[in-house]
Design a protein around this ligand. Structure first.
Ligand code: SF4
Ligand code: SF4
Length: 305
């Protein structure tokens, strides 16, 4: 194993929703998309970031004194410390001096060896449950070289490997990773390119092209995060199901993931604005109707992940 490093938001153990059996989820930093509904905004930036948990802050000012970049100031109107993220270099010094755990650092560097040692701790659970490792994010293909070497070691230890990806990457980076994966989860956000650009900040052309190619070699579960007013129209779900059907037998199933607002507090911790607060989760009836559309194409479909 070499000294190559990857930037990781978190390693989550005992996950039951990211592939078969008991799994360890490795959440990578950095994403090429900026989805308006993102429930994991910590992972969008490819750099370390400070999270601020206002409810724990006593206003002691230790972080302000410690920051050598002068990135932290006290905001009298808000009665809280604020961080100028254009000045912050993610050194983490303010985290270590905060006695109230009101500051956290998202983004820690791991060598491949350190990461493998972490996931290996649960090898017994993978073997007993048919589980393994799932690498997600963020977007793992942004750190393709690191991820490739890590997956390769996991495979050499016979761990089941899965990846959650938005598939917005070059085929040159994507293809070698697919060779190291037993299962791939790919998001299908919208079939219409204009909508895709407006709500995610990027075109779907490369994504659809990569999904078509990946379906020729890998077992794939397609996931549609269902966002009312964005992609929950009959027309879009019909188009998505038709696309999935054309991909052939390697599409194991399509999952419809209802929009939720559980991630809103994460925007507060990043001192960012959540722009789609007025959108409400879809009703159960709506979900069932959309599920029926997909099922009418002869595709296995599930509500939830
Ligand atoms: S050190 Fe912690 S508790 Fe003190 S002001 Fe900073 S964030 Fe708040
Ligand atoms: S992480 Fe470092 S640079 Fe950023 S606010 Fe904290 S002490 Fe300042």
């Amino acid at each position: 194993m070499n000294g190559k490093k990857g930037l990781i938001h978190k390693v989550e153990r005992f996950s039951l929703h990211d592939g078969p059996g008991i799994r360890t989820l490795v959440i990578m930093k950095g994403c090429p998309l900026k989805c308006s509904w993102c429930s994991s905004p910590y992972t969008q930036s490819p750099n370390p970031e400070i999270l601020y948990i206002k409810s724990k802050c006593t206003g002691c000012g230790r972080c302000i004194e410690t920051c050598q970049q002068s990135a932290i100031t006290w905001d009298v109107n808000l009665s809280q410390v604020i961080t100028d993220r254009t000045l912050c270099i993610g050194c983490g010094k303010c985290v270590s001096v905060c006695l109230n755990a009101a500051r956290e650092l998202s983004g820690r560097s791991y060598t491949i060896q350190q990461l493998f040692q972490e996931v290996e701790k649960d090898a017994i659970f993978y073997r007993r449950s048919g589980g393994g490792i799932t690498i997600g994010g963020g977007e793992p293909t942004l750190q393709a070289e690191f991820v490739g070497e890590f997956l390769s070691i996991c495979q050499s230890h016979f761990f089941h490997t899965a990846m959650e990806t938005c598939a917005l990457t070059s085929w040159e980076k994507f293809a070698p990773l697919l060779d190291l994966l037993d299962l791939v989860y790919i998001d299908l956000k919208h079939m219409n390119d204009s909508y895709h650009i407006a709500w995610t900040g990027a075109s779907n052309r490369e994504i659809l092209k990569n999904i078509r190619k990946a379906a020729q070699k890998n077992q794939i579960i397609l996931r549609i995060p269902l966002i009312p007013g964005f992609n929950d129209s009959t027309e879009n779900i019909t188009e998505s199901a038709r696309f999935a059907k054309q991909l052939g037998k390697n599409i194991i199933r399509l999952e419809l993931l209802p929009y939720h607002q559980f991630g809103i507090h994460k925007y507060e911790e990043l001192e960012r604005t959540y722009t789609i607060e007025s959108i409400q989760p879809p009703s159960e009836d709506d979900m069932v109707n959309l599920q029926d559309i997909v099922r009418s194409f002869g595709i296995e479909v599930k509500i939830g992940g």
